[in-house]
Design a binder for this molecule. Structure first.
Ligand SMILES: Nc1nc2c(ncn2[C@@H]2O[C@H](COP(=O)(O)OP(=O)(O)O)[C@@H](O)[C@H]2O)c(=O)[nH]1
Ligand SMILES: [Mg+2]
Ligand SMILES: [Zn+2]
Length: 347
């Protein structure tokens, strides 16, 4: 008998396939599939032939709507990029790197920014992303605040969690699906994070009669912009893509007649976004591999990337003049602080 299912986990030569009745089948892949060089991914929709009440053989794989190699996963409906307010400290540049990378790899899927640990501190970054396509959620996996809204957002979808180690990805899954036996890492005082998420798998979550899948992802920081042209990078920054400079092909990094800086100073473009963009362009040109030192260290650990990757190479040439740049950053910091003060007053 043949049935359909979705690969939720791959361990060595075993593929775990969940069928429409939520039964998990342990499967091998048919030799022909592997011979054809068809790699199977977590997220693949497959046909299996049942061998016995618990096991089957994967006979075919359906066309994928998308796939990522790092981490290896297919058919992603939505990505939640998770960052924390603190522990590890929130960082615009690092967040924008994730957003840019994911927007490049999965151009047709929705990407949300999710800020965790609002119990430790409240920040509001809405203004920084006002002209982007990213929806922003604030929550605390610890207290449960904001979790219901996130649950509604992901209902019925296959969702990928991305973000540095220690921001609370695994904790979020636990908060959504409390009975899961997942390991939560402790973050060390130096912020390098402990690495507990070993292999990618889809965690089934059942909510309001809807089946969703969430993928917790190890090793998501080892991406590099080295092979991307500035145009491709610019394409991932929609908020910078609508500037009408002197030259149509302006990539807004100090060219003659470029309006970007002026718009930043007028507050029409977010200063943090523009700064991140310039840094990523520099990163791609100089083939600096972001967080290189950490990466070598991490490889020996063999899993999730560290939360303090910013200690890696940070070479870039700021194109906005230093004084103004400092000013706009300061302004934005002040805004964050104001929100915090306001919250403290309320209590
Ligand atoms: N204060 C606070 N701590 C949290 C929250 N969510 C997670 N943590 C803690 O942050 C650390 C890292 O969490 P974990 O889920 O392993 O992060 P991951 O590496 O992204 O999967 C753990 O010590 C969690 O208990 C939260 O909302 N508030
Ligand atoms: Mg984790
Ligand atoms: Zn320009």
């Amino acid at each position: 008998m043949k049935i359909q299912g979705k690969i939720t986990k791959i361990l060595a030569n075993f593929y775990y396939v969940q069928d429409s009745e939520n039964k998990l089948w342990e499967c091998f892949a048919r030799g022909r599939l592997l011979k054809e060089g068809k790699l199977l991914f977590v997220g693949d929709k497959v046909d299996i032939e049942i061998s016995n009440p618990k096991q089957g053989v994967i006979t075919d794989v359906y066309p994928r709507k998308n796939k990522l190699f790092k981490p290896p996963i297919s058919n992603v409906d939505e990505v939640l990029v998770i960052f924390s307010t603190r522990e590890p400290e929130f960082d615009f540049y690092n967040l924008d790197r994730y957003l840019s990378y994911i927007s490049y790899e999965l151009q047709n899927e929705k990407v949300c920014i999710c800020i965790n640990k609002i119990d430790l501190e409240r920040i509001n970054i809405d203004v920084n992303y006002k002209n982007t396509e990213y929806e922003i959620f604030y929550f605390s996996a610890l207290t449960g605040e904001g979790i219901e809204k996130l649950c509604n957002e992901i209902s019925g979808k296959t969702v990928l969690l991305a973000g540095p180690s220690g921001v609370g990805k695994t904790s979020l899954i636990k908060a959504i699906s409390p009975d899961k036996d997942l390991k939560i890492g402790e973050i060390s005082s130096v912020g390098s994070g402990k690495h507990t998420t070993r292999n990618i798998q889809l965690i089934p979550v059942f909510d309001n009669d809807k089946q969703s899948f969430i993928a917790d992802t190890p090793g998501f920081t080892q991406f590099s912009f080295a092979t991307l042209s500035p145009e491709k990078i610019l394409n991932t920054f929609r908020d910078l893509n609508n500037i009408h400079c002197l030259f149509d092909n302006c990539i807004h990094s100090g060219e003659e007649g470029c309006l970007a800086e002026e718009m930043v100073h007028k507050g029409q473009i977010s200063a943090t976004r523009y700064e991140s963009y310039l840094k990523i362009i520099e990163e791609s040109k100089s083939e600096i591999k972001y967080g290189k030192k950490e990466e070598t260290k991490l490889k020996s650990i063999g899993s999730d990337a560290g939360g303090d990757e910013l200690k890696g190479d940070k070479k870039f040439i700021p194109k906005i003049d230093q004084e103004k740049r400092a000013e706009s950053r300061k302004k934005q910091k002040q805004k964050l602080l104001k929100i915090k003060d306001f919250d403290e007053e309320k209590q």
